[in-house]
Design a protein around this ligand. Structure first.
Ligand code: SAJ
Length: 419
């Protein structure tokens, strides 16, 4: 049973994969929703859905947030090319909203940030722009987003949340807001920093575990041990083991990004996260490990990489979605082209406009080697017979997606990641 809505209108800044589902959920729970985004394209794309929902208004006007009881920031927090946190979207949104900040309002940051950002970056901008005092005139909380793109089971309506507040009243107000959305699956934290740290820890945990699987893959490849079978064997242990798998790289806007937030902030505080940094180094080395497999495979087939046609299947960073942020596919393509002068044809059914080939057949026709970079189920049709017919002699299975034995039986050189 959800708690009653502590205020009538909620404002949501940033209508992307985090903000828009939050708007829909809040409307469903009885809130009036004022959505704001600076991206006209995004607003256009949502126009139809907004029309269908009487409770939601969306536009570019931050002034419309003045009557909201709570305002939630769901703006991106990417990293710069130097892998440092880019907080510009948070700063810009806060600067635009601050003049309209009203006494009594609750401000919540959902964007993934390192500990300290809400207090050290968001608060000063809101206070300067409004002349109000945080904790006294308005309330501040952090509730890290946990949207998992493409997940059909977990969504904003059923994922448990943690929430931290600037002070007791901020925490109470924010906890009441999230309880009105998801019931009692709200864990209050003791501070803003604790709540900020939870999300970074969740995702760094995943990154180091993937790095562990990747290092095992590179080691076992030299010993003729199938790392996937070993991990699946270890996963039969019903406790204290959580399976992660090796691959051609770690993409997305969360896992390869969030650890840098902690690494960077800890450095500012005089601590070096050697372990997190090493895990990042291992995961960032996987695209090159994959390209080396292509070169080895072509050499074993007596082919040089120069002018060899290589099909790279998949641009998205994971299966079933069209998100290619930080996708390892692009590094693989770049290396094959620039360092080995290969003739690369990429294809992703979810990203046709970014694919070099117009379809799978076009990518595969005459391909001497194929790299499976994203395990879209559309690629399961790629049988050994299909590859033989296309003239493919090497298959580099970047996600250990195919049956190795079937391809080897058909005389195709199969290179998995650790198998
Ligand atoms: N990957 C591996 N091996 C693995 C798991 C993932 O190489 O064992 C790679 C994927 O291929 C992908 C990247 O890592 O390139 C990230 O994969 P992901 O499954 O972690 O997908 P994300 O980035 O969408 O992560 C989200 C995160 N959710 C939030 O941040 C709210 C993450 O916390 C979740 O753990 C993850 O979904 C999930 O569990 O699916």
């Amino acid at each position: 049973m959800n708690s009653p809505t502590p205020f009538k209108t909620v404002g949501v800044i940033g209508l992307g994969y985090v903000g828009w589902p939050l708007c829909l959920l809040a409307a469903k729970k009885g809130y009036r929703v004022e959505g704001v985004d600076i991206d006209e394209q995004k607003l256009q794309k949502l126009r139809e859905e907004i029309k269908k929902n009487r409770r939601i208004h969306a536009g570019k006007d931050f002034a419309r947030l003045r009557d909201a009881g709570g305002v939630v920031f769901c703006v991106p927090t990417p990293v710069t090319s130097k892998q440092l946190p880019d907080l510009e979207p948070v700063k810009a949104a806060a600067t635009s909203f601050a003049p309209f900040l009203k006494k009594g309002q609750l401000v919540i940051l959902e964007s993934t940030v390192n500990p300290g950002v809400t207090e050290e970056i968001l608060l000063p901008i809101l206070q300067q722009g409004s002349g109000l005092i945080a904790g006294k005139d308005f309330f501040v909380a952090h509730c890290p987003e946990r949207i998992n793109p493409g997940d059909t089971k977990w969504n904003v309506g059923n994922i448990p949340r943690v929430v931290g507040g600037l002070n007791k009243l901020s925490l109470e107000k924010a906890a009441a807001f999230y309880r009105s959305l998801i019931g009692d699956k709200v864990k209050p934290m003791k501070s803003l920093r604790e709540a900020e740290a939870v999300k970074i820890v969740e995702n760094a945990f995943r990154d180091i575990n993937i790095a562990f699987a990747n290092e095992l893959a590179m080691s076992f490849a030299r010993m003729g041990i199938d790392v996937v079978n070993v991990i699946e064997g270890a996963a039969t242990k019903p406790f204290s083991f959580l399976a992660h798998y090796p691959g051609c790289g770690v993409g997305g806007h969360c896992i390869p990004v969030d650890p840098y937030y902690l690494i960077d902030y800890a450095k500012e505080n005089g601590f070096d996260h050697d372990f997190l940094s090493l895990a990042r180094k291992i995961n960032r080395s996987m695209p090159k490990f994959t390209v080396d497999l292509v070169v080895q495979g072509l050499n074993e087939a007596g082919l040089s990489t120069r002018d060899a046609k290589v099909a790279v299947l998949g641009l998205a960073y994971k299966a079933g979605i069209d998100d290619d942020r930080e996708s390892p596919s692009y590094e693989i393509i770049k290396m094959l082209k620039e360092e080995y002068a290969a003739n690369v044809y990429s294809f992703d059914p979810f990203l046709k406009q970014k694919s070099i080939a117009k379809n799978l057949e076009d990518a595969m026709a005459g391909a001497h080697a194929v790299v499976l970079a994203t395990p879209h189920r559309e690629f399961a049709a790629l049988s050994p017979a299909y590859c033989k017919k296309a003239g493919t002699q090497v298959l580099v299975d970047g996600r250990n997606f195919f049956q190795k034995e079937a391809f080897e039986k058909a005389g195709i050189i199969y290179k998995g990641i650790g198998r």
